[in-house]
Ligand binder design. Sequence first.
Ligand code: SF4
Length: 211
Amino acid sequence: MSPRQENYRHLGETMIKKFNRRNIEAVYCDTAEDARKAVLDMIPKGASVTNGGSVTLDECGILEAVRNGEYEFIDRTEASTPEEKRAMYQRQAGADYFLMSTNAFTQDGELVNIDGNGNRVALLIHGPEHVIVVTGMNKLACSTEEAIHRTQNIASPPNCVRLNCKTPCAATGLCGDCHGDGTICCQVVITRHSRHNGRITVVMVGEDLGF
Ligand code: SF4
């Protein structure tokens, strides 16, 4: 194990306590493969599962495993028209498990997420019975302010490129504080505490994942 991986493991142990203080469950996995197994172990066979857009979930092979596993997978990509998307959101809100990553998390145990449409953060806040948040340790930020800065200057630019959004950050690589139709920064959500015991579980991974 490299010094960096060992440090991530120490950080993971520290962060478990920080999340627990906020009534958020947390586990640490050394690798993406370990994370995939850990997430699948958390979801009972037959449960309904859905997800928010996430490169991390793809990189861990979690989406593929759930899609092909013994679950009722609610596939948000099946909705294309506004009516279908509205019906899909209602199905997602009733899911047993919602899988997502986070744009950042702070050393104090907050989750920080910035969304365009807001459906991902809405489902994090309320709806699905359980939320599993998978994140690489590269998304750890010193403070809430740094987490927001990280999201808008490190995560959003490649996300805008990926989603073909015509935003300043997609063109320059840095946030231009835009307010056009294409902005993906409409809702800034800080998860400070989870009211419901066992609803949110953070799976930290000792690798650099996602944006
Ligand atoms: S506010 Fe606009 S330019 Fe800044 S990160 Fe968000 S989408 Fe990109």
